[in-house]
Structure formats: structure tokens, C-alpha cells
Ligand binder design. Structure first.
Ligand SMILES: Nc1ncnc2c1ncn2[C@@H]1O[C@H](COP(=O)(O)OP(=O)(O)O)[C@@H](O)[C@H]1O
Ligand SMILES: [Mg+2]
Length: 308
């Protein structure tokens, strides 16, 4: 029996090394990192995402005009590992977009892919806030077993963004300096890969993605469209990619696939499995499965149904 009990509150404490256990050091392709950043812009109700890749300098800027972050958002959301957007709601506040992000761990890929990453953000009418993550400093802090409060982010140098702030009223900018693995892919590859990842948004006029000032459009997927042979439209889905397929390419549409009314979508097939490989990229077309408006399965690489 414990008869003397000192009431005291205890809480978990976490060493920064948890970041490594959670996969900070895992290799992620450049395209995956881009995908995380663009997904965040989509979730932030951005209309435009501008990506500027500078292969010679091994650096990249990403700028969006979404709702941006206050200092508090930056601290409590952006820098919080495991923050769950879903707790509040499952669609974005202004445009009711189904959130792509879910677990608050997308940042691990974003923040560890380059030597230094600087974030600058502003809500409408607010002031810019942000900071710099220097991964060599963070590595040291991890080796010394520091806790997150013992390792504040570096103050950012606003000059880094001076060429990118014209007419920027709100949104988030991220500057990546010195990618760990360099930027190996061509811009053509990146355009197609982004088009494939964000196929669902390509004809949405309220979401535009630009790579070095060129808009990424559904025509980036024309290689795939050209090789599409059959199309099964499930319950007459109104999909921009299908509209483009039908208006520009010759495909055979089949109506003999009956599914429940609540299932909507399309299945398309190509003449040969190798046509699923998007020319000049390593990516293969796979299956996007949305359940209740949320992207639940985004199956691209090494699709087991179509082995090489
Ligand atoms: N471009 C952005 N604009 C506004 N807020 C952002 C942006 N990127 C990230 N955030 C904020 O940081 C949070 C964490 O992002 P992330 O680690 O990718 O996790 P998730 O997307 O799963 O929520 C987001 O939920 C959002 O609140
Ligand atoms: Mg995210």
C-alpha cells in the first residue's frame, strides 16, 4: 500500500533522434519531395504553385499562394511531427479539397533532402515568418541527444527570397539548398512525373503548377493517352483526363462493366504493359483509389499487376 503519494505531473520527453527513427535519413526521390511540397500547397488551398529548379546550383524554390502560416501555425503545425489535420476536418477550409496530407510526417522528407532548407510564410495581412533548418546542425544536435526545445531553428536570411516576393500577398515559400543526392532528373521527367501524381488536379483552373515558368498540363501525359486502348467509365465520372482522352485521341469506350452506383471512376488499359511506363521517367501508371473523397491509394511504382 502506498500511503504517502506526492502528486506530481509527468510528461513524455523526446530526443531529436526520434526524427532519424521516423525516417529522416531514408532516401526519397526528388519527385517524392516535390510531391510532398505540392500536396501541402494543395491542402493550403493554393491556386498557384511555382517551382523553380536550378540544376546548376543544385537548389530549388517552391512558392505557393495558399493560406500561408502564422508564427503559431509554423511552430504548432509545420514543425510538429505527427500533427493531424484530420482531427479538425478532412477537407481544406476554403475550397473543400480533400486533404492529401494526413499524418504530419510529410515534413520529414521535405526537411531532410537538402543541406539547408528555409521556409518563409505569410497569411493574408500577416507578416512573414519562418526559419532555416541546417541539417548538419541538426545531425550534431541529434548526436548530442538534444531535445527539440534545445535546438531552435536558425534565423533565416530574407534576402534569399528577394527575387520571389513580388506580388506575393500570401502563401509559403521554401528554398532548398544543396540537395543531398543532387538533381539528376531532366525537367521533362519532372513535368511528367508531377503531371502523373497530380493528374486529378490538372484541368482544375483553381490549381496550377508551374515548373520553371511552364505550366504543367494534362498534355504532359499525352504519351500515355496516345497508347490508351480501352476505357471503362464507371458511372459516368466527369474526369478531366477522360475528357482530354476522348476529345483528342481515338480510344474504344466500353460500357459493359457494371458497378454499384456509389463507385465512380474509370479504368483504362493500354495495348502493352510497357506503355504504362511514362516515357523518359521511371514511373508507371497505377491506380488512384479515392474513398469518401480522400486519396487512399496512389499506386505508381513497380505495380505488381504489371511486372516488367
Ligand atoms: N505550403 C503550405 N502552406 C500552408 N501550410 C503548410 C504548408 N506546408 C505545410 N503546412 C502546414 O504544416 C503542416 C505539416 O505539413 P506536413 O508535414 O506535410 O504534414 P501533413 O501534410 O500530413 O499535415 C500542414 O498540416 C500545414 O498546417
Ligand atoms: Mg503534407
Amino acid at each position: 500500500m502506498v500511503n504517502k503519494y506526492k502528486k506530481e505531473k509527468f510528461h513524455f520527453d523526446i530526443s531529436l533522434s526520434i526524427l532519424n527513427h521516423l525516417g529522416r535519413n531514408l532516401y526519397r526521390s526528388f519527385a517524392t519531395v516535390l510531391g510532398e511540397a505540392i500536396s501541402n500547397s494543395w491542402d493550403a488551398d493554393a491556386t498557384n504553385v511555382y517551382i523553380y529548379v536550378d540544376k546548376d546550383n543544385n537548389s530549388m524554390y517552391i512558392k505557393d499562394d495558399g493560406h500561408g502560416m502564422t508564427g503559431r501555425d509554423f511552430q504548432d503545425r509545420f514543425l510538429k511531427i505527427g500533427y493531424s489535420k484530420r482531427k479538425e476536418c478532412s477537407v481544406s477550409p476554403q475550397r473543400n479539397r480533400p486533404f492529401i496530407g494526413r499524418k504530419g510526417i510529410g515534413k520529414l522528407a521535405l526537411l531532410s533532402c537538402a543541406k539547408r532548407i528555409t521556409i518563409l510564410s505569410k497569411t493574408p495581412g500577416g507578416q512573414y515568418v519562418g526559419g532555416t533548418i541546417d541539417n548538419s546542425g541538426l545531425d550534431l544536435a541529434i548526436a548530442e541527444d538534444l531535445t527539440p526545445v534545445d535546438y531552435p531553428l536558425e534565423e533565416l536570411n530574407p534576402d534569399l527570397f528577394k527575387n520571389y516576393l513580388k506580388n506575393h500577398k500570401q502563401g509559403t515559400l521554401i528554398y532548398f539548398e544543396a540537395f543531398n543526392e543532387g538533381i539528376k532528373h531532366s525537367l521533362a521527367f519532372l513535368k511528367k512525373t508531377i503531371a502523373l501524381y497530380f493528374r486529378f488536379s490538372l484541368l482544375d483552373k483553381k490549381f496550377n503548377i508551374f515548373l520553371n515558368d511552364e505550366k504543367i498540363t494534362v498534355s504532359c501525359l499525352d504519351d500515355l493517352a496516345m497508347n490508351t486502348e480501352f476505357l471503362w467509365n464507371l458511372n459516368n465520372i466527369d474526369d478531366p483526363y477522360i475528357q482530354r482522352l476522348k476529345s483528342v485521341f481515338t480510344i474504344k469506350e466500353s460500357t459493359d462493366l457494371r458497378v454499384k452506383d456509389s463507385v465512380k471512376g474509370f479504368i483504362a488499359s493500354v495495348i502493352k504493359p510497357r506503355y504504362l511506363k511514362i516515357t523518359t521517367t521511371d514511373e508507371r501508371v497505377g491506380v488512384d483509389l479515392f474513398v469518401n473523397g480522400r486519396l487512399r491509394l496512389h499506386f505508381l511504382k513497380k505495380c505488381p499487376f504489371f511486372p516488367n
